[in-house]
Design a protein around this ligand. Sequence first.
Ligand code: NDP
Ligand code: ZN
Length: 356
Amino acid sequence: MTTFKGFAMKGLNEVGWIEKERPECGRRDAIVRPLALSPCTSDIHTVWEGAIGDRKDMILGHEAVGIVDEVGSDVVDFKPGDRVIVPAITPDWEDEAAQRGFSSQTTEPLGGWKFSNFKDGVFGECFHVNLADANLAKLPDDIKPETAVMLSDMFSTGMMGAENAKIKLGSSVAVVGIGPVGLCAVAGSAILGAGRIFAVGTRPNCVKVAKNYGATDIVSYKEGPVDEQILDLTDGKGVDSVIIAGGNMNTWNQAIAMAKAGSVVSNVNYLSGEDTVPIPRVEWGCGMANKDIATGLCPGGRVRMERLADLVRYGRIDPDQLVTHKFKGLDKVEEALMLMKDKPKDLIKPVVTIEE
Ligand code: NDP
Ligand code: ZN
């Protein structure tokens, strides 16, 4: 195969199929063919909200499980035919930001996010993975590709939201937004030992999974300001952690208002639209109330994927509950992406599987 086809962002607000040259592998890299793919809300922000600016003929997608097609001469642990989980984030592990402990920010802020940002993504007949030994993980035989594809971004990101929120045994958490990312934040909060977990959202499927994943209280943002509802439910005390995984700029006002003094507001939402984020001064204790703000990009790399796979293998998480729509064949990524754009009421995540 010297050329291959992929589903691309052709420019702002424009998508379509394109043909490209097969990428060069590189000594430490791999070329992978997809077995399972899933579109992300971030693809929607990228194409239809211009959140990272314009991109021309860039293949979309960053959530994949695949089969190795080719490896470079210096790759040690992978060979053609291996089934692999591909992290959405594939850092440059030798970069100084990785050495400081921030691998997703290598070479520049958000620089670990390469697929469908700085280079072609995974919605093609094949794609290139940098530093294969550090950025691929073997797919365990007992996990299906359509299950594991939920780990590459959704569980890694949502659970990071909970890790960054510094949850303590029995502490209280509000997860604002229970799309797939927020649902994984609920699951992460429960695993990390939170006591009361408020889940904010309305889609019935999401509400059901939020309860299954450990939410104790469901709050609808359509029934009044979220901060007022959560303050009421906690006798005016508020919560120890807020995880923002949806909403709008006003969500920041509400998050700060319902966070206790000595709390963390942990954001994983991909902010688009406004140029500044409102932080309410008085509710923030005039900047002196130990209401900390944490942010992060999905953690990537091999060890992260192996650990998430262990959470599946040993029964701690059940990613299949996120998958509401299943498609077969690469051609269907277009339909799956449009579902993600339109967000019908019964949608959590679509998955496309591709025959070997
Ligand atoms: P969804 O759009 O599926 O979910 C958004 C959630 O927010 C829904 O539960 C929705 O409720 C809720 N919501 C909408 N409006 C409000 C409001 N006014 N107040 C409170 N809640 C509201 O998104 P995803 O779960 O797919 O993704 C969440 C975010 O995470 C996206 O911005 C995505 O780009 C980002 N992301 C970030 C990553 C990172 O590395 N940091 C990686 C991956 C994604 P309802 O139930 O009514 O629909
Ligand atoms: Zn994503």
